[in-house]
Write a protein that binds this ligand. Structure first.
Ligand SMILES: [Zn+2]
Length: 123
């Protein structure tokens, strides 16, 4: 039987299937970022002697990549914590539900589309 789901006026209702898929996605992202950070760590500790000779620009790129990997990892872990506490999918600014289609693209999104736009415009 096909569950007939009314696509709500507000596109905010997450089904248990959505949540399971989103959690799966977050786990994968977490693994991927953890692996990425492990590689950075190995890379920088194993070659202490070479480091002097490594192009400074290259180091800078590595540092930036590691920093962004850490940021994404923190976002992903925060999203998983929100799932566990039942607060997942609520905008951190306006406390309204984050749009479902948005979460399906960016599962770790903290803000609804409107608040995100406001934040980006304010930068
Ligand atoms: Zn909002």
């Amino acid at each position: 039987m096909v569950t007939h789901q009314t696509i709500g006026e507000r596109d905010t209702v997450l089904t248990p299937e959505d949540l399971a898929a989103l959690r799966e996605n977050l786990y994968e992202q977490r693994l991927f970022r953890q692996e990425q950070l492990r590689q950075f760590a190995v890379h920088s500790s194993n070659r202490a002697d070479d480091r002097r000779r490594t192009d400074a620009a290259q180091i800078e790129v590595g540092v930036k990549l590691a920093a962004s990997a850490r940021m994404v990892l923190a976002d992903v872990e925060a999203a998983l914590a929100r799932m566990d506490s039942g607060q997942y999918g609520t905008c951190h600014l306006c406390r309204r539900a984050v749009e479902r289609h948005r979460l399906l693209i960016v599962p770790q999104a903290r803000y609804c589309g409107r608040c995100q736009q406001v934040r980006e415009a304010g930068r």
